[in-house]
Design a protein around this ligand. Structure first.
Ligand code: SF4
Length: 138
């Protein structure tokens, strides 16, 4: 079972193999690929830093405990109707995204994120709406 904080649900949709360091990318690619290949994997929703944050590089500012990041977690969980501590399969999280999310939500919820302007997270939401699942990382 993997532990995920709220906003990383959306980050996984837009993930294209970019990240903060090689170690961070390898770890995220592993999780992304696992979920893509087996959407029945169990996920536990956690408060604050998760298994992706563990590989956030030591250099530079550590943002994983910033208030605005916690607020983003809470906003995404609320949008999906989820609560911290819940355990569910990734495929069921994708179903909830289909019921409650549109691509432009990224512009509002992730307003302060530096990755937002790439447009890949909106594309990722669209892929889920079209039942395509997570994109293959090439
Ligand atoms: S815009 Fe940033 S926080 Fe939002 S889903 Fe994309 S990478 Fe994650």
């Amino acid at each position: 079972m993997y532990k995920l904080r709220g906003h990383h649900i959306f980050c996984l949709l837009g993930y294209r193999g970019m990240g903060y360091s090689q170690e961070y990318v390898e770890n995220m690619t592993r999780l992304h690929q696992t979920l893509r290949e087996n959407p029945k994997i169990w996920i536990q929703l956690v408060k604050g830093p998760d298994q992706l944050c563990e590989k956030y590089p030591n250099s530079g500012e550590y943002h994983c405990q910033n208030e605005n990041i916690h607020n983003r977690d809470a906003a995404i969980l609320e949008k999906l109707g989820l609560k911290i501590g819940q355990i569910m399969q990734w495929k069921d999280i994708e179903s909830l995204i289909r019921k409650s999310t549109v691509p432009t939500d990224i512009q509002i919820i992730c307003e302060s994120c530096s990755w937002r302007s790439y447009g890949i997270c909106e594309e990722g939401v669209q892929d889920i709406l079209e039942e395509k699942g997570l994109r293959e990382i090439k």
